[in-house]
Write a protein that binds this ligand. Structure first.
Ligand SMILES: [Zn+2]
Ligand SMILES: [Zn+2]
Length: 334
């Protein structure tokens, strides 16, 4: 099975995005790049080099619905005539703007983000949305965990690997333990668990970091030899990256707990402490990151959370930032 990476420019801070062409029947494109003329030209150049005509493409598979990955899905589908678009059902970003979504707004309010700041984030995302078309419910097929995408010379197993987004998927070729992982695995940066409503219960927040840790462990169980990520070079030493991610996540959690003042703080306040220089989209990513780490620390019984004035205020347990005697009592093996 030939997996051909194609690098496409994006207008985003993250830089170029990798999409993957599987040049055998049924010809399949995994991710598409953003909806810009530059990305479209680079994509067509990639097809030409691989000696594939757009009309040969039968399937467009999306690792997740961020604009840099899914933006050209509609235009490639239309150009290919009858290609099928596949995405996980939990990936709602391709249908509804993430911040227009009322549930999303309420998550930001609960995280303590000031109203005017939410308004700025909303405007910014309207700007970002121009880089992707949306899809109606009946215009795509669902990627289902553990099902297989069949090809002439082999299969790719679909793994639902939530974390970066609720519906993120990875694809494993078990014959040589090659993985296409979208933004679940990136060589140079720890992927950001983006603040999202829970797809099952949108009134709740998706437990992105806890889910992400499970997804990483699941990928690890395949002992990958080569992981193609959504950005940057492929990862050949997944074990090293796995350990590095875990250390980074633990270090960040320690930092987040230390930053909590005695009186408690909202995720927004912690985000501003952690990333004082963050502007634009980075403020949203900063608050996403703070919420993710605070949620995980809370789930692990390391900090407490109280709802006051519509906002969640995180507090230390035991008053000194370290889990105290009281925090430990009755918790079994902690
Ligand atoms: Zn992404
Ligand atoms: Zn990305």
């Amino acid at each position: 099975m030939r997996i051909i990476p194609i690098s496409l420019p994006t207008p985003f801070y993250i830089g170029p995005v990798n999409v993957y062409l599987i040049a055998e029947d049924p010809v399949t494109l995994i991710d598409t790049g953003p909806k810009t003329r530059e990305a479209n030209d680079a994509l067509h150049e990639g097809f030409r080099k691989a000696r594939i005509r757009v009309s040969d493409i039968r399937r467009i598979v999306l690792t997740h619905a961020h604009e840099d990955h899914c933006g050209l899905a509609r235009s490639v589908r239309d150009e290919a005539k009858d290609a099928e678009v596949l995405v996980h059902a939990w990936e709602t970003g391709h249908r509804i703007g993430r911040l227009e979504y009322e549930g999303h707004r309420s998550l930001l309010v609960r995280a303590g983000v000031p109203r005017e700041e939410i308004e700025t984030m909303r405007k910014m995302y309207e700007g970002v949305r121009q880089y992707a078309d949306s899809f109606e419910e009946d215009e795509y097929s669902q990627l289902r965990d553990e099902e297989e995408l069949e090809f002439e010379t082999g299969t790719l197993r679909i793994l639902h690997t939530p974390g970066h987004t609720p519906g993120s998927c990875s694809f494993v070729r078990e014959a040589d333990r090659t993985v296409i992982a979208g933004d679940c695995v990136l060589k140079r940066i720890t992927p950001n668990p983006v603040l999202s409503p829970d797809p099952i219960d949108p009134a709740k927040r998706f437990r992105s970091l806890a889910e992400y840790l499970v997804s990483l462990a699941r990928l690890r169980s395949f002992a990958p030899t080569l992981v193609h990520g959504g950005h940057g070079e492929p990862v050949r030493d997944f074990e090293e990256l796995f350990n590095r991610y875990f250390r980074a996540i633990r270090d960040r959690q320690t930092q987040v707990i230390r930053l909590l003042p005695k009186t408690g703080a909202t995720a927004w306040e912690i985000a501003r402490e952690m990333f004082p220089g963050a502007d634009d989209v980075h403020r949203f990513l900063a608050v996403s990151e703070a919420v993710a780490h605070l949620d995980l620390a809370h789930a692990e019984g390391k900090i407490a959370v109280e709802l006051g004035d519509g906002k969640e205020v995180y507090k230390r347990i035991g008053g000194n930032g370290v889990r105290g005697e009281q925090g430990n009592r009755g918790k079994g093996n902690g």
